[in-house]
Design a protein around this ligand. Structure first.
Ligand code: OGA
Ligand code: MN
Length: 294
């Protein structure tokens, strides 16, 4: 093996620093432009399972390096909105509020409502990596809510109401009801619609790697709980959401240049807090496919 590749996969000295009061950890001193050796990868993997969202600081990586690192966790998912995929790198979804020549350059409303990425798919996402490209001078935070904690602390009447139940998730749920004021999400072609038919998932899922339970319904994509009258289902979903996103359950990520944030969609919901529209914000997302929830 050439010396260079031996050097590049050598162990790196890095720290995992858990946030003290909230879910999440910071990973400092790891250079993701170098391939991780198995031991370093195992530490990162474990930190992700333990803390659910990890923040890699001070990264300088190419789209291909982000893709290669993401792939070590699983198969990558390509977003249905093909117009927002990075040229020559369809594994990267551009998340941005920037409009050029009247055309949005990326998905501008990613995360206006609490959600877990791709919960509307049969195989929702294991986790997503979001890498800062251009950050606004103000706002633009991303919030993460711990859905294990939400389940562990769920009031008894809500536990009883959802016991053994499933819920419907739909990509187009928020299109129909007039929330799509700015047309960030263009009308889907029949081919695109065929990729996003409604799915049913358990309301409480078991994390396939840790065995911990987590609530798995969200404001953005969950339309109703199967087998309950519409108004009762709506009321329960609203109560679950309010409970899940209480301040004690939420980590607010304030982006810094070089941040790449990797969260677990099986354990968390997230939300884009938004920024003043005249400020430019652009990030690159890779999305790793997970298992069918059980
Ligand atoms: C996403 C997302 C939130 C944000 O990219 O999946 O929800 O703050 N982004 O941009
Ligand atoms: Mn998202």
């Amino acid at each position: 093996m050439p010396a260079a590749s031996l050097v590049s996969s050598a162990a790196q000295a890095f720290d995992v620093r858990p946030f003290t009061d909230k879910v999440g950890a910071e990973i400092v001193g790891l250079d993701l432009s170098r391939p991780l050796d198995d031991a370093d990868f195992a530490r990162v993997h474990q930190a992700h399972l333990d803390h659910h969202v990890v923040v890699f600081r001070e990264q300088r990586i190419t789209p291909q390096q982000q893709i290669d690192f993401s792939r070590r966790f699983g198969v990558l998912q390509i977003h249905v909105l093909k117009q927002f995929l990075l040229a020559n790198h369809p594994e990267i979804l551009i998340v941005s509020n920037i409009v050029e020549d009247g055309q949005p350059i990326g998905l501008g409303d990613a995360g206006k409502f609490w959600h877990s990425d791709l919960s509307y798919k049969e195989l929702p996402s294991l986790g997503s990596m979001l890498y800062a490209q251009e950050l606004p001078s103000e706002g633009g935070d991303t919030l993460f809510a711990d859905m294990h904690l939400a389940w562990d602390t769920l009031p008894a009447h809500l536990r009883k109401a959802i016991e053994g139940r499933s819920a419907v998730h739909s990509y187009t749920a928020r299109y129909r009801d007039g929330h799509n004021a700015v047309n960030w999400r263009p009308t889907l072609t029949p081919e695109q619609l065929a990729q996003v038919v409604e799915v049913v998932h358990p309301v409480v899922r078991t994390h396939p790697e840790t065995g911990r339970k987590a609530l798995f319904v969200n404001e953005n994509f969950t339309t109703h709980i199967v087998g309950l009258p519409e108004d009762e289902s709506r009321q329960i979903l609203n109560e679950i959401n309010a409970h899940s996103v209480g301040n004690d359950h939420v980590y607010r990520h304030r982006w810094q240049d070089g941040d790449m944030v990797f969260w677990d969609n099986r354990s968390l919901m997230h939300l884009a807090a938004g920024c003043p529209p005249e400020l430019r914000r652009r990030l690159h997302r890779t999305t790793i496919q997970g298992d069918a929830p059980f």
